[in-house]
Each structure stands twice: as structure tokens, then as C-alpha cells.
Design a protein around this ligand. Sequence first.
Ligand code: ZN
Ligand code: FE
Length: 257
Amino acid sequence: MALDLVILPCLSDNYTYLIHNTATGATAVVDVPDAAPILDALKTRGWQLTDVLLTHHHWDHIDGLPALLEGLPTRPAIWGAAADAHRLPPLDHALTEGDTPEICGERVQIIDMSGHTVGHIAFHFPASHFLFSGDSLMVMGCGRLFEGTPAQMWASLCKTDALPGKTLLFSGHEYTASNIRFALSLEPDNPQLIFEEQRVKDLLSEGCPSIPTTLARERKTNPFLRAPDPDMKAALGMPSAASVDVFTEIRARKDKF
Ligand code: ZN
Ligand code: FE
């Protein structure tokens, strides 16, 4: 069984995603920046929304929810982190790391990805190889540390080591072009990065999203995931530093970039 996936650009640079099970008709949305594009996409396809998955509490991921609920004929189930329940819209299902709920007919792994916020979660669909990472792991980047420590974000990102390279990464924003510029400032000679720069430029110039990418590609190009790599450590002049310290340095440089 395969799930259909629709990428919907929202607001200035957010993404929301529809996941649809063609056999059962179950349909989920990941984050709700804005109701209109979601309602339009559901109407065009004749899909009924059954589930809303929330990665974290920031306004650009939840503010569209009241208008979305108003526009729907039936109320979907709302899923989000138990740790964030006090600042998310009312949840029907409060999730913690290691939970494996069935969503759209597929067993989903809940991964705590704290760092950008504390209580941020990712939704991993192992059978479809989808990872919805919100503002934690992003294409060739990672979210800014608003609440968590660098060590917390580093621990979160390391959890993706356990996922297959062919996993498709769907993150919350289209930040890829600026993320590549930063990555190239650290590793100007990284051949995969040079290749990605052109590939993403071509996609964006055609009005296509740079998303998804694969975890295999991220491991070669994402400067944050590359913190343990000897080439990255050398590029930063930190040849014998611990990976968490290299990550912390990369995050500090990105904040100033
Ligand atoms: Zn955010
Ligand atoms: Fe965001």
C-alpha cells in the first residue's frame, strides 16, 4: 500500500503536506500554516480530512487550524506532542517519543526532535519512507535554537542516523537556497554541494519546491549532519573537537551568516 503525498506551499515560505490513503480515503495534513490552500487542495481532489499532525507550537504551523476546522464537514483528529499540549490547540491524541500510532493506515514512529523548540516532534512513516521534520532537520540546514540547547538539537539530529538513506525528508520551510549558500561557505569544494546548488537552482527557477530530499543526500550535504565528518572538522579548524562542539560552532556561524 502506498500513500499519496501532496506538497502545498503556504504563507511566504512554509510547506504543509497532505497524506492520502487511496484504499481507505483517510487523509492527514502536516502542520496548518494557512487554511485556504489546504481546503482548496482537499476540494480539488474530493478528499475528506481525517487527521491533523502538528510538529510544534509556532504560529506559522498552527494558526490556520481554526479556519481549517470551520471549513471542514467533519472534525479531524488532532495529533501533537504531549510535552507541548499546553500551547498547542486541544489535542485528541497527545504523543511522546516511541509512540507508534496508526495514521492513514500506516504505523507511524514519533520522534522527539527538540532543539528548535522543546517538545518538537517528527512523524516518521517507515513503510512509505516519509519523514516530516517540521523545523528540526531541514534540507541542508536545521531550525534555529529558540528554546533548546545545541546539545539537545544535536541529539535530535543524531536520531535520524537510524533511518534508511532513502527516507524522504519533508521539512516545514523552503529555506534550501540560503542553506546551500551557508553550507558552501564552510565547504566550498564539497562536490555534492556544488551539484546540489545547481539542482536546487533549477528546481526553484521552475517554481518547484526543493523538497523532498533524501537522508542519504542530506548526510553528504547538510553541514549540521556533517559535524562528525573529518573534512568538516578540518574546514572549521576543529580537527579533534567532539561532534557536539562542532555542531554548536556551525549553528553559531549560521546565526551570524
Ligand atoms: Zn518553528
Ligand atoms: Fe516554522
